[in-house]
Write a protein that binds this ligand. Structure first.
Ligand SMILES: Nc1nc2c(c(=O)[nH]1)N[C@H]1C(S)=C(S)[C@@H](COP(=O)(O)O)O[C@H]1N2
Ligand SMILES: [Mo]
Length: 377
């Protein structure tokens, strides 16, 4: 048994995680999934799932489940009654639902913008997983909680110690999304939620970026305004008006928005970049997804820098929040080929050919077309 306070940080190796996950940071722990481990996976197994801690929670750097019994989530703010304690053991006894959904860090793809400080994510800060738990709406109903007028956001707070930094890990979410589909999640991929992924209780809202999926949930505040705390008000945001690359930008609640909703995206997962394949029919595959508000209609593939596009075969998942696997067979002659992928939704929206048009100071929400380079022999 490792005592919570003495759990070693080490080099980022975590028992039960695939040893080929890339350690982007040992403390706080950040593990990226090589795309080879995502290729062909409808639901990504937990041992392959990326990890992103903003601050490590002592005792939670492992894949062990933590008991729900004894855990409490406090509800406060614009609700009646004004304070409610939700107990982990009660949640465990309520009807559970499951969402298959994409979990993606808003910094995923950051390195494609060019030199932007921050975790150097390539493409592996994403996975399609199944979260199970109790809808927050059912919890409110069970506790007889009524919303008071003016409640527009729910601010979710994690358990990390503040260490005097006045930087609680918390995010404000639009109340409509939260009431519609947020879960107090207790399970991941059909198993009790591991500590490292936020167990025993995590707030999960399908369609929103990973940073909004608060692990080790201790409090939900129902509020009229967004949190003014560091991570929500100045860090995980993009400017409302396009920013000039390299120019300093001071984030305020008024001149920027949170990285809330996932962007329409497609990614090429196989063959892995730089792979050499035999000439003839080459099978290329990947995934596409968005925030679930509309259907991903097609994924188009180009092997000639966008001159011509052919549709990939797209598998439509049952859950609107899950990723859509796609495959295509390309006829490729010997040489070097750059392959592009472009998702289109049923409103006709698509991905920019040059993702850098969405440059922003923190390098969030990369959404450019998927690209990979193949050598055909
Ligand atoms: N309490 C808490 N919640 C958190 C974080 C954190 O550091 N603390 N990291 C966030 C970020 S930035 C991401 S991308 C996801 C990562 O989830 P995972 O570590 O389960 O893959 O959790 C989010 N929720
Ligand atoms: Mo993230």
């Amino acid at each position: 048994m490792t005592d919570a306070s003495t759990q070693p940080v080490g080099d980022g190796w975590i028992a039960g995680k695939d040893p080929s996950l890339k350690v982007l940071s040992a403390e706080p722990l950040v593990l990226e999934t090589p795309i080879e481990l995502l290729a062909g996976q409808r639901v990504v197994p937990t041992d392959r799932l990326f990890v992103r801690n903003i601050r490590d929670l002592p005792g939670a750097r492992d894949l062990q489940p933590r008991p729900a019994a004894g855990w409490e989530v406090e509800l406060t703010g614009l609700i009646a009654p004004g304070r409610v304690i939700v107990r982990g053991e009660d949640l465990a006894g309520m009807a559970q639902v499951e969402h298959e959904m994409v979990l993606q860090c808003s910094g995923n793809g950051r390195t494609r913008f060019g030199a932007i400080p921050g975790t150097p994510w390539t493409q592996g800060g994403v996975a399609n997983v199944r979260f199970g738990g109790v809808p927050l709406s059912a919890v409110l109903e069970r506790h007889g909680v009524a919303l008071r007028p003016g409640a527009r956001y729910v601010t979710a707070v994690g358990q990390e110690p503040d260490r005097g930094q006045a930087r609680p890990i918390e995010h404000s979410l639009p109340i409509a999304d939260v009431l519609d589909r947020s879960l107090l999640a207790l399970e991941l991929n059909g198993e009790p939620l591991p500590a490292i992924h936020g167990g025993p209780v995590r707030l999960v809202t399908p369609g929103l970026f990973g940073t909004m999926q608060i692990k080790w949930l201790t409090r939900l505040r129902f509020e009229a305004e967004e949190s003014t705390s560091y991570y929500h008000a100045t860090e995980y945001r993009v400017p409302l008006q396009p920013a000039a690359p390299g120019e300093p930008f001071e984030f305020t609640l008024e001149n920027s928005r949170p990285t809330w909703r996932l962007k329409l995206l497609s990614a090429i997962l196989a063959p892995a970049p730089g792979t050499s394949v035999a000439a003839g029919h080459v099978s290329v595959s990947g995934v596409a997804y968005n925030d679930g508000s509309t259907r991903v209609d097609s994924v188009l593939i180009s092997a000639d820098h966008g001159a011509t596009w052919i549709p990939a075969m797209l598998e439509v998942p049952d859950s609107p929040f899950a990723w859509y696997p796609w495959t295509v067979a390309l006829d490729l002659a010997p040489g070097t080929h750059e392959i592009w992928s472009r998702a289109v939704d049923d409103r006709g929206q698509t991905q920019p050919l040059d993702g850098k048009v969405a440059w922003n100071p923190n390098g969030y929400e990369w959404a450019g077309v998927g690209r990979t380079t193949l050598t055909v022999r």
